[in-house]
Design a binder for this molecule. Structure first.
Ligand code: MN3
Length: 214
């Protein structure tokens, strides 16, 4: 998708993630926050028709060459646009409750075990100062990487393809959890659809270097 960007459908009802994420939070988060990032991204690009053919992902991968007057807006609102799109997808109700196949093998190889990965992920997301995101990504070499980013910074900015992400801005959890970010992160694992994450791992070429490398 390119300019003008549209707010992606959730693909499920606002109350579909209860009790872990409440309907009101989803309604505001998707309908207000994600809509605002979408509108502001479109607004920033409006007068730059030479960029209207690019996806938001492409713009984030090439922030440096963008006109200086819109770099900040694309970083923040383009980041907000793609980060939330992934967030809704990986929480789609149903799907596997644990990784399998190539992704399971890669997680064991990179982190030791699924539990060890979850601990590392929660530590990164939980320790992110202020607003930001926790990520599982495929790095430029096809390996898995786990880290957090501040604000709406996308892993795409550093050549990483995100396959799982959790929003730790207070707007993601405050109505239900107030200041208890660790409780939100604990509950959030119940929502992760590992089939979606596995498909994104395959699409990102995860593990390629082990398949084709020497
Ligand atoms: Mn958010």
């Amino acid at each position: 998708m390119s300019h003008p960007f549209q707010l992606p459908d959730l693909g499920y009802d606002h109350d579909a993630l209860e009790p872990h994420i409440d309907a009101r939070t989803m309604e505001i988060h998707h309908g207000k926050h994600h809509q605002a990032y979408t509108n502001k991204l479109n607004g920033a690009l409006e007068s730059h028709s030479e960029l209207h053919g690019y996806t938001a992902e492409q713009l984030l991968m090439a922030l440096g060459p963008l006109p200086e007057d819109i770099q900040g807006a694309v970083r923040n609102n383009g980041g907000g646009y793609v980060n939330h799109k992934l967030f809704w997808e990986v929480m789609t109700p149903g799907g596997a409750e644990a990784p399998s196949g190539d992704l399971a093998t890669a997680i064991d190889g990179a982190f030791g075990s699924l539990d060890a990965f979850k601990s590392k992920f929660v530590a990164a997301a939980g320790a992110q100062f202020g607003s930001g995101w926790g990520w599982l990504c495929v790095d430029p070499f096809g390996d898995l990487a786990c880290f957090s980013t501040p604000n709406q910074d996308s892993p795409l900015m550093t050549g990483h393809t995100p396959i799982l992400g959790v929003d730790v801005w207070e707007h993601a959890y405050y109505l239900n959890y107030q200041n208890r970010r660790p409780d939100y992160l604990d509950a959030w694992w119940n929502l992760v659809n590992w089939d979606v994450v596995g498909a994104k791992f395959a699409e990102a070429g995860g593990g390629w270097i082990h398949t084709y490398g020497g």
